[in-house]
Design a binder for this molecule. Structure first.
Ligand code: SF4
Length: 171
């Protein structure tokens, strides 16, 4: 123990200094938060539905919750049930196995419900298209308010799509 303490005293702090706050990021985040509150007047509850994606889009959606994008800090959070959701975030071409589940999820979401299709697969069927196992794009199964293209789209584009849907609903 004494040896360890001596070593600590001799070497001092070895960790990197903490990063400085990013003022531009803070200002940008505050702007988005104000926009969410102006547009929505309250927090936004999102239900994410993987209707048949390869999970690439989910990784980007997952990144929205990390400390960098921090959408919870912007007043948006994911919920486990469509009954508590304002907006559905749907990925993937809709597989035939998920067709009924997606319709039921949509029906269970209270009005006025918004739907954002995420990724090329959700927008137009992507590389999978429509076939015996796939219904293709999300709009083939439920109404879509905003489609966010990309394979996969980056988190900021997904965030933009969410805000566009909310803004359009409020207009
Ligand atoms: S758009 Fe690309 S990343 Fe997203 S589900 Fe389709 S293939 Fe996967």
């Amino acid at each position: 123990m004494l040896k360890v303490l001596r070593q600590i005293a001799r070497q001092g702090l070895r960790t990197e200094p903490a990063p400085q706050p990013d003022e531009a990021l803070r200002v940008g985040a505050e702007r988005i938060q104000r926009a969410v509150l102006e547009i929505l007047g309250r927090a936004l509850a999102i239900r994410q539905v993987d209707a048949g994606s390869c999970n690439g889009c989910e990784l980007e959606i997952n990144a929205l919750g990390n400390p960098y994008y921090n959408i919870e800090g912007l007043g948006m959070h994911f919920v486990a049930s469509p009954r508590h959701a304002d907006l559905l975030l749907v990925t993937g071409p809709v597989s035939r196995h998920m067709e009924t589940a997606l319709r039921r999820t949509y029906d269970a979401t209270p009005e006025p419900r918004l739907v954002v299709a995420v990724g090329d697969c959700g927008c137009n069927g992507g590389i999978f298209g429509a076939g015996y196992a796939s219904c293709g794009q999300v709009a083939n199964v439920i109404p879509v308010d905003v489609a966010v293209g990309g394979c996969p789209p980056p988190p900021l584009e997904i965030l933009r799509g969410i805000l566009t849907a909310v803004r359009a609903a409020r207009a």
